[in-house]
Design a protein around this ligand. Structure first.
Ligand SMILES: Cc1ncc(COP(=O)(O)O)c(C=O)c1O
Length: 428
């Protein structure tokens, strides 16, 4: 088995445009196999779900395939405990609504200032409605680590929920979720893990992690704009979000509002197949085994690139990195002295390097660091298809920003002319 990122890139038509896509934390590109799966689903005919005719049954099959694929991706207890939805944010609001209906005044929940706002605000607002106290776990400064004790020291007999990230979407910090979950379970609290940033960067086992509920978004790992929350079906049975009187009360359907995007469900299953085959392991192995092997190799590849990026930034006095977590996803947050983060991102775009600027929804963290009102920071994130060349192009831009002549950008940019036209879809 061997991981060949250059070969992997050929699966992604969008990457042929010559830009360095260092924006995977905000969403990755999509491989041809996912586009084709969605095309085939539409071409074969789909219907609304639960009907007696074949097109409807095909739609239900796409949803079942998506849940089975997610169970393999996450090591989830059962495909029947996987709720699909349009985004992690939307699903988290549904779970916050459902879970908070059993909270009582004076109960407590524990949140962190490391988390993306989607794993913060839905809980804060649900807590306000229920008269529940929010306890805040603070990351350490300046490392931006979240040692387990910062969370576990806040637990008590009234704690109902701990919401914590498996990896920060800006500084990459990977807290010890298992230690946090064990302590939370000792006091009878549930653990809701935001796995959106963590999922594409290494094998996930939600049971091993101790997550009662684990959220992930497929568009961060080569899939369509869809998300899922995975948990044991028995737990989902106990959670009752608002729903229509007329819609199914079965689990997981009760969390899936309205008509689902069935063709995208087909795309999601294809994305998991794509991840499973990234490192080209033995096709006779079960998909779960292939996912673990492939994502293990992706993690190694990305970690090599991360070290290259960090080593390249280290001697640049004009670049200030935010955080230095020991266990981390391959995502870096930084500021460039004398330049607004938006201007840095613009300079990068001039050199055909995609990076993000701003708070990236790490709202509490940007507030804690006191940078929210000054454009926050710039984020570069690596993906399974990133190359050393992409990292070097970013380093070239940053290096030029520290020099006298900041007009000399784009030295490493590839020519925009002569690039292939976007692909057209194959016949059905
Ligand atoms: C760590 C993390 N959590 C949650 C979200 C929200 O995900 P969604 O866009 O699916 O609502 C994001 C999106 O960037 C994220 O990076």
């Amino acid at each position: 088995m061997s991981y060949d990122p250059s070969a992997v890139r050929h699966c992604y038509p969008a990457l042929m445009d010559g830009w360095a896509y260092l924006d995977g934390a905000a969403g990755t590109q999509v491989p041809r196999a996912v586009m084709e799966a969605e095309y085939r689903a539409y071409a074969a005919g789909i219907g609304n779900h639960g009907g007696f005719f074949a097109a409807s049954q095909r739609s239900d099959a796409h949803s079942r395939a998506a849940r089975a694929a997610l169970a393999d991706l996450l090591g989830a207890p059962s495909p029947d405990g996987i709720a699909l939805g349009p985004s992690m944010t939307a699903l988290t609001y549904r779970f916050a609504d459902g879970l908070s209906r059993t909270w009582r005044e004076g109960d407590e929940i524990v949140l962190t200032r490391l988390d993306h706002d989607a794993n913060v605000r839905p809980w804060v607002q649900a807590a306000e409605r229920a008269g529940v106290v929010v306890r805040w776990a603070e990351p350490t400064l300046p490392e931006l680590e979240l040692p387990a004790e910062t969370v576990t020291s806040l637990l008590g007999e009234r704690t109902r929920l701990v919401a914590v990230t498996a990896a920060s979407n800006v500084v990459g910090t990977r807290p010890d979720v298992r230690a946090i979950a064990d302590a939370a379970h000792d006091v009878g609290a549930l653990v809701y893990v935001d796995g959106v940033h963590a999922t594409p960067h290494g094998p996930v086992d939600v049971v091993e992690l101790g997550a009662d509920l684990y959220a992930t978004s497929a568009y961060k790992w080569s899939g369509p704009h869809l998300a899922a929350v995975a948990g044991p079906p028995e737990l989902l049975e106990t959670i009752r979000p608002a729903k229509l009187a007329s819609s199914s009360d079965a689990v997981p359907d009760r969390f899936e509002y309205g008509t689902s995007p069935f063709a995208q469900h087909a795309g999601l299953a294809a994305a998991v197949d794509h991840l499973a085959d990234l490192a080209g392991p033995d096709p006779r192995l079960p998909r779960r085994d292939r996912v673990i092997a492939s994502l293990g190799e992706v993690a190694e590849h990305e970690s090599g690139l991360l070290h290259r990026l960090l080593a390249g930034i280290a001697p640049m006095d004009h670049v200030e990195r935010l955080g230095s977590p020991a266990r981390r996803a391959p995502t870096v947050w930084f500021r460039v002295r004398g330049l607004a983060p938006d201007d840095v991102a613009r300079r990068c775009a001039d050199a055909q390097v995609n990076v993000w600027s701003g708070h990236n929804y790490a709202w509490e963290l940007a507030g804690l660091l006191g940078i929210r009102d000054t454009g926050s920071a710039v984020r570069a994130s690596l993906s399974c298809y990133s190359l050393e060349e992409d990292v070097d192009r970013l380093l070239d831009v940053l290096s030029d920003l520290g020099g006298v002549d900041v007009g000399g950008l784009g030295r490493a940019a590839r020519p925009a002319a002569g690039l292939p036209e976007p692909e057209t879809l194959p016949p059905a």
